[in-house]
Design a protein around this ligand. Structure first.
Ligand code: NOJ
Ligand code: CA
Length: 697
């Protein structure tokens, strides 16, 4: 057996390879070496020119990524920066379809060609680094695989040299990295020159119209990658450091997360890509029928609009009585859960800065956890648990097992977690009792989230972190990691300065949502809640300039456009009962899909999606626009032939606009068939939501 082949078998033995499926073929060591996507549009070229590991990507004859560096540096040990030579290359391919337990689509096709390149040191101590590239029709993923080797054992990564040299004249949609507000920034639309440091996914449009999104997949046991532009168009991996400055603490053998570049000829192409999921490992939890998608309501928006407080030092929201009112509402309209925030001891006073006092097992005296969960059970509803840490992670980890065991015993099967704390201010107490502050996306927190997800899985509980680490597709491997926040959500419309502008939800699908589901919490019906009279003179409402900058129809559209397997109906029950005609769409809309198709869109302007229900023949359509009115023409080519569908349409009225006339909405029914072109007028800040059901004969 050749050296490279025996090395591959070794990797397979430790779980890196999939030789049986791949049937890899060893090529002669050469430089440069190429691999193409299955349809041939994408070509990746590798070289060791000048002793440096480099790659380059072309799409339909255009250079998308100019020659860009690969490698990494270690503390006090020789790294992989120069003096490297390609000594082996192996190609393989795969074409298989796998099933998601829940998701935007049931079946996902993983079709790619793979190249594994081995770089060996030509000077200094003998060292070896492998880079595995997978080239799909919708983009490229690559990761480093550092085999176990005599001279490299335990190590600290002090720099990852990965570069992405994109075209200087591109446009970028991005949020800044290393900021106090984590991922909760408004997206910038700018020339690439204005991007200093950016979180991923970052989305780029090149002058030719080709769109790219750079991100990562399977972020496990490593630090999150953001990007730093250090020369015009030339981005470099920028890993979130530990509090001691080290980027990643690891030992050989190890693999890094996949660095991903999704590539599409147009903006919509990015939305129909499964590349991130395909690069994650299959489900490791076995039977996950206990992970239940569904819609929920909660004692939540009431705090954000100051109806009541999380703590008991004012009007307390999380009381037994109020929770029962929400449970009744949920049962009446078919919601599966009621989220209750502020139920546990620790919220009084300055909870933002006092995370150490949170108890995750003790309720406030006016919240009877047992009575509430018993009542919910009788009504066929579940309490959704809540663990806000305010960034005091050691305090949370110390209680983790007890907290999940308690919830499991009471039938709670979903928990929302929270990490409100300035970026980089996650409190960790080390073995010596010394307090350290870590980044939300550093290796410590990457590991923490995995601990929570695994512990939750032991108790058959699904998790929904807010202020999380970004999504990298780990829901495939851990299907109980159902959703997360990780961007500006609806809450900014209650108190944000500024609130989310109309273009925000026309940018999210092309940026944040490429990474995975988001708990945006749509469905606000009272669009100017801060104009309501205060419930209590001591609790004035927020600034009336903070409001929802959408029409009512657009709030409905969000259920289809912004994918999440758990979706909140975020407003107060009385606001829904005051408009049952519009609320009907929220009652009807599913959250788990057989298929999803992005129909149309331009970043920051508009977007339209069609999705098919997993449990019926119904299709749903959601479309929304930024501050501009526009009429979309959407071909209904996804419908079944020879069937007439009733389209139940919720759209903006002719005079609607988000600012002055947001409630003007038309609800109408129309018969449609496959092949019809639906003309859909959208108001400024508006949207449309449609249920398409087969007409019964
Ligand atoms: C911020 C979260 O995004 C929000 O949903 C939650 O209500 C508060 N933290 C309190 O946990
Ligand atoms: Ca938040």
């Amino acid at each position: 057996m050749s050296a490279a082949r025996s090395r591959l078998s070794k990797l397979a033995a430790i779980g890196f390879g999939l030789l049986a499926v791949f049937a890899p073929q060893l090529l002669a060591a050469q430089s440069p070496v190429q691999v193409r996507s299955p349809a041939g549009d994408i070509v990746v070229t590798f070289s060791d020119d000048g002793g440096r590991a480099q790659y380059k990507i072309d799409f339909r004859g255009e250079t998308i990524i100019a020659p860009s560096r690969l490698g990494m540096l270690f503390e006090n040990q020789h790294g992989f920066d120069e003096g490297l030579s390609i000594t082996a290359t192996t190609i393989a391919s795969r074409d298989e379809t796998w099933e998601q337990p829940w998701g935007e689509r049931r079946m996902v096709r993983d079709h790619h060609n793979e190249l594994l390149v081995t770089f060996t040191s030509t000077s200094g101590p003998a060292r070896e680094m492998q880079v595995r590239f997978r080239v799909f029709d919708d983009g490229v993923g690559f990761r480093y695989e550092i085999p176990k080797q005599r001279r490299l054992g335990k190590l600290n990564i002090i720099d990852e040299l990965t570069e992405f040299a994109v075209q200087e004249k591109s446009m970028a949609w991005w949020i800044p990295s290393h900021g106090w507000n984590r991922y909760e920034y408004l997206y910038q639309t700018s020339d690439i020159a204005d991007v200093s440091g950016a979180h991923t996914p970052i989305t780029l449009r090149m002058p030719s119209g080709v769109h790219l999104s750079i991100h990562e997949a399977a972020l496990v046991d490593y630090s999150g990658m953001s990007l730093k532009q250090f020369r015009p168009g030339r981005f470099k991996a920028d890993l979130a450091p530990w509090s001691d400055g080290v980027l990643v603490k690891t030992k050989t053998p190890f693999v890094t997360p996949w660095r991903t570049i999704q590539i599409a000829p147009d903006a919509v192409g990015l939305l129909n890509s499964d590349l991130i999921l395909n690069l994650n490992e299959p489900n490791t939890l076995g039977d996950v029928s206990w992970v239940k998608p569904g819609k929920y309501v909660g004692i939540w928006w009431g705090m954000h609009i100051r109806e009541y407080l999380w703590g008991t030092d004012g009007v307390h929201g999380a009381t037994t009585e109020e929770t029962k009112r929400y449970i009744d509402f949920a049962a009446k309209y078919g919601f599966i859960g009621v989220l209750v925030e502020g139920w546990n001891i620790g919220w009084d006073g300055d909870w933002f800065n006092n995370g150490d006092v949170f108890s995750f097992t003790k309720a406030y005296p006016d919240f009877d956890l047992k009575a509430v969960t018993d009542y919910a059970r009788e009504k066929g509803v579940r309490l959704i648990g809540h663990h806000e840490t305010s960034g005091s992670v050691t305090n949370y980890e110390n209680q983790l097992e007890d907290a999940f065991a308690l919830y499991e015993a009471l039938g709670v099967d979903k928990v929302k977690t929270g990490y409100v704390a300035d970026g980089g201010n996650i409190k960790r107490i080390d073995e010596k009792g010394i307090v350290k502050y870590e980044w939300h996306d550093g290796q410590f927190m990457v590991d923490h989230h995995m601990r929570v997800v695994r512990e939750a899985a032991k108790h058959k509980i699904s998790v929904n972190p807010h202020e999380p680490v970004k999504d990298t597709g780990l829901r495939r491997t851990y299907p109980n990691w159902v959703t997360r926040e990780g961007a500006r959500g609806q809450e900014y419309n209650a108190w944000g300065d500024p609130p989310n502008p109309p273009e925000h939800t026309a940018i999210l699908p092309f940026t944040r949502m490429l990474s995975g589901p988001m708990d945006f919490t749509p469905g606000i019906f009272d669009l100017e809640p801060n104009k309501r009279p205060p419930v209590n003179a001591d609790m004035p409402r927020g600034d009336p300039r903070s409001r929802v900058e959408t029409t009512l129809a657009k709030q409905l559209a969000l259920y289809v456009v912004l994918y999440s397997p758990i979706q909140m109906a975020a407003d107060l029950p009385e606001n829904y009962e005051g408009n049952l005609a519009a609320f009907q769409f929220i009652v009807d809309v599913p959250v788990d899909w057989e298929e999803s198709i992005a129909l149309a869109g331009e970043i920051g302007d508009f977007v339209a999606y069609a999705r098919k229900d997993r449990d019926s023949e119904d299709w749903y359509l959601g479309a929304l626009t930024d501050e501009e009115a526009r009429t979309l023409s959407l071909p209904l080519s996804f419908l079944e032939p020879a069937q007439t569908y009733v389209a139940e349409i919720y759209r903006d009225g002719v005079k609607a606009n988000w600012k002055d006339n947001p409630y003007d909405m038309i609800i109408e029914q129309r018969d449609v068939v496959r092949g019809d072109i639906l003309s859909l007028p959208l108001a400024p800040g508006g949207g449309a939501a449609i249920r398409l059901r087969i007409r019964s004969q």
